[in-house]
Design a protein around this ligand. Structure first.
Ligand code: SAM
Length: 240
């Protein structure tokens, strides 16, 4: 647990450092990361920062990926939507360097990263900032006593709902059946989200234009099935 201002915040990730890295991988921590990381003074966790504050220029559509691993999906969607803006959070240093080392100069201006808990950024953003939220293969925390660490929780869904724009899309995937059931149950119980699935094919089939990360492909090779859960942020009630 980390103390943050007046409330205790549960940080949900585990390890930060894995295998030792080659110098080329480490170099991006001194070159690209300082240019594209969200500055600490912006991480107020006071829900007061606009996407434009984080980027230093106007932002229209904003995609946010929580726990991007080595960033394959984030790179892919950046290629698909070159005019949009992107924030990726990943505390695992090997994942962050894997993502950053793929950029060639000039490094695009339309993304920001955070090498720590995604909640620190989400809690800093003002309401209705995010158009697309991706939570792909989150850590399953299989033991019951660890379920409270799961990123898709009633408490965090309130945060996701607050930062998402009306009609915004949240995508969750997993190849752990029990986690899929957990994520659906938690999310449909949250009054702010509507699950878009109408039939089982909708959660068993990848959305159009989907790219599989290595993590997803490994699961498929091992015989596991990927579940794709898509939700819409319901419109906020307008007070009269
Ligand atoms: C199982 S991996 C999946 C990686 C990637 N999304 C994929 O599908 O290949 C889960 C990732 O979520 C990250 N993670 C866990 N909790 C997080 C949090 N609170 N904020 C940001 N990332 C987190 C972990 O470091 C880990 O890299």
């Amino acid at each position: 647990m980390t103390e943050s201002k007046d409330k205790k915040v549960r940080r949900v990730f585990g390890r930060r450092m894995g295998r030792p890295m080659h110098k080329a991988r480490l170099d991006v921590l001194d070159t690209v990361l300082p240019q594209r990381k969200i500055a600490e003074e912006l991480l107020t966790e006071n829900r007061d920062k606009s996407p434009a504050d984080l980027f230093g220029h106007p932002v229209d559509k904003l995609h946010f990926e929580i726990g991007f691993g080595s960033g394959e999906h984030l790179h892919y969607i950046m290629g698909q939507f070159p005019d949009d803006h992107f924030i990726g959070a990943e505390p695992y240093i090997n994942g962050m360097t894997a993502f950053l080392k793929e950029f060639k100069e000039p490094v695009p201006e339309n993304f920001r990263v955070h090498m720590d808990d995604a909640l620190m950024v989400l809690n800093s953003l003002e309401d209705a900032s995010v158009d697309f939220l991706y939570i792909l293969n989150p850590d399953p925390w299989p033991k019951s006593r660890h379920h409270k660490r799961r990123i898709v929780s009633a408490e965090n869904l309130e945060v996701f709902a607050r930062v998402m724009k009306d009609g915004g899309v949240m995508l969750q995937t997993t190849d752990v059946d029990e986690l899929a059931e957990w994520m659906v149950t938690q999310t449909v119980q949250c009054p702010h989200f509507e699950w878009t699935a109408e039939r089982s094919e909708d959660w068993k089939t990848a959305p159009n234009g989907w790219m599989s990360t290595r993590y997803e492909s490994k699961g498929k090779d091992a015989g596991r099935c990927q579940t794709y859960l898509i939700y819409k942020r319901k419109p906020r009630k307008v007070s009269v």
